[in-house]
Design a protein around this ligand. Structure first.
Ligand SMILES: Cc1cc2nc3c(=O)[nH]c(=O)nc-3n(C[C@H](O)[C@H](O)[C@H](O)COP(=O)(O)O)c2cc1C
Length: 202
C-alpha cells in the first residue's frame, strides 16, 4: 500500500476586522492546489494593554491560536497582518518576539516563507509592512518568496498586489471586497509557497 505524505504549510495571521482573515483563507486555497500540500490556519491573540488581562486559550470563534509546535511542524509559513502605521500589527510581532528558542535551534532555517497584508488606503504602507514582516523570518533563516511578475495581475492591478507579497486595499472601514486581481494573487502566493515547500521537503 502506498501512503501519501502530506506537507503542512502554516498560514499564520492576525485580523481585527476580517480582511486579513479573508486573505488567509485564499492563501490556504492556493496552498491546497499543490499536490501533497495542506494548509494549517492559525491566528494570534490580541495584545492586552492591561498587564493582568487574560484570555481563554482557545478563541471563541475562528482558527486556534498558534504555538511554537505549529512553526516547528510546518514546512513553510505564510504570514499575514493588517498594516499598522506602515508596519506589522503588535500581536504578530509579540508572537515572533517569543520565538528565541526556535531561532537558537535553527528550527525554521531553510523553510520558505511568504507574507500578505491589508491596508485601508492604497498608499498606506503595504510594501513597508510586507518588508517589516520579512525581517523576523529572514533572521530565522527562512527563504523569503515574493510574487514574480509572471503573475500578470501584478502589472494590471489597480488595488493591492506587490512583488513582496499579496496585499489588499480594504477602504476606510476595512469592508471593501477583495478585487479579482487581489484574490488571484493571494492564491498564487499560497500555491508558489507550497510548491517550493513541497519540493524542498521531498
Ligand atoms: C492602529 C492602526 C494603524 C493603522 N495604520 C494603517 C496604515 O498605516 N495604513 C493604512 O492604509 N491603514 C492603516 N490601518 C488600517 C488597517 O490596516 C486596515 O483597516 C486593515 O484592512 C485591517 O485589516 P483587518 O480587517 O484584517 O483587521 C490602521 C489601523 C489601525 C487600527
Amino acid at each position: 500500500m502506498v501512503t501519501t505524505v502530506m506537507f503542512e504549510i502554516l498560514v499564520l495571521y492576525y485580523s481585527r476586522h476580517g480582511a486579513t482573515y479573508e486573505m488567509a483563507q485564499l492563501v490556504a486555497r492556493g496552498i491546497e492546489e499543490v499536490p501533497n500540500a495542506q494548509a494549517r490556519i492559525r491566528t494570534v491573540p490580541p495584545v492586552s494593554t492591561i498587564c493582568e488581562a487574560t484570555a481563554d486559550e482557545i478563541p471563541s470563534e475562528g482558527p486556534p491560536y498558534a504555538t511554537h509546535d505549529d512553526l516547528r511542524e510546518c514546512v513553510g509559513i505564510a504570514l499575514g497582518s493588517p498594516t499598522r502605521f506602515g508596519n506589522m500589527a503588535s500581536p504578530l510581532k509579540y508572537f515572533f518576539d517569543s520565538t528565541s528558542d526556535l531561532w537558537l535551534s535553527g528550527a525554521l532555517a531553510g523553510k520558505p516563507a511568504a507574507v500578505f497584508t491589508s491596508t485601508s488606503s492604497l498608499h498606506g504602507g503595504q510594501e513597508s509592512t510586507l518588508l517589516s514582516m520579512a525581517l523576523p523570518l529572514i533572521h530565522h533563516g527562512m527563504l523569503f518568496t515574493g510574487l514574480p511578475y509572471s503573475e500578470i495581475d501584478l502589472m494590471h492591478t489597480k488595488t493591492g498586489g506587490t512583488p513582496y507579497g499579496a496585499s489588499h486595499t480594504a477602504g476606510a472601514d476595512s469592508k471593501r471586497a477583495l478585487s479579482d486581481e487581489e484574490k488571484r494573487l493571494c492564491k498564487a502566493l499560497g500555491k508558489r509557497l507550497a510548491g517550493i515547500a513541497v519540493k524542498l521537503s521531498n
